[in-house]
Write a protein that binds this ligand. Sequence first.
Ligand code: ZN
Length: 247
Amino acid sequence: MRYLVISDIHANLEAFESVMAAAAPLNYEQILVLGDLVGYGADPNAVCDRVRALAPQALIRGNHDKAGSGVESPEGFNAVARSAIGWTYEALTPDNREWLAALPAGPLVVDDFIEICHGTPFDEDAYVFDDLDALRAMHAARRPLCLFGHTHVQVGHYLSRDQFGLSTADDQRPFTIRLDETNRYLINPGSVGQPRDGDPRAGFAIADTAAREVTLHRVEYPIAKAQARILEEGLPDVLAQRLALGR
Ligand code: ZN
């Protein structure tokens, strides 16, 4: 199976549309969505409608989906995120709010080879920041390939019998990670709508279980348009500014 893998769209419709256009010629068969459809960006309803129409094979919630739909209190979020969450809750139609609130928690086993989660396989809200987090996540995963989001950093970790490390040492994109049969992998497709790894382009991945490879992609999108939408809706300025920096 050939999957399009997307995560952390964050209500950025411009980035989402550009990813779908770039992915169209890549012959994917199914879609996997790793959570955080909303929060930060200005178009939560359009993004929810678009995801619903795509009917992904697997779709799990992120922390912003929980807070933005009222499943969880936004108390643990910083002031800017909290303000965007409050705005998102009000902006969502009751139908989209209910749909988001009903999204399943990760981790979720997709097939014999792939498992998806938002944060980690042991805690949907935990971040993979360092080697130790990655190692713990790979040990907890029930499948050889675990796809995750939440950090907004496009990266691949591997674990073999005697070592672990990064499969993505350079910043050349597209970048293909070949999946060795004896290793375990923990791969983040990057964030569609709010990259934080210094590259402002939207991130996504194609995971091919027959070819045993994952390719990381980046695509340019109309950032100025997404920024203008954020300001137009009265969301915090910093949410518009950070899109240009990819931070
Ligand atoms: Zn996120």
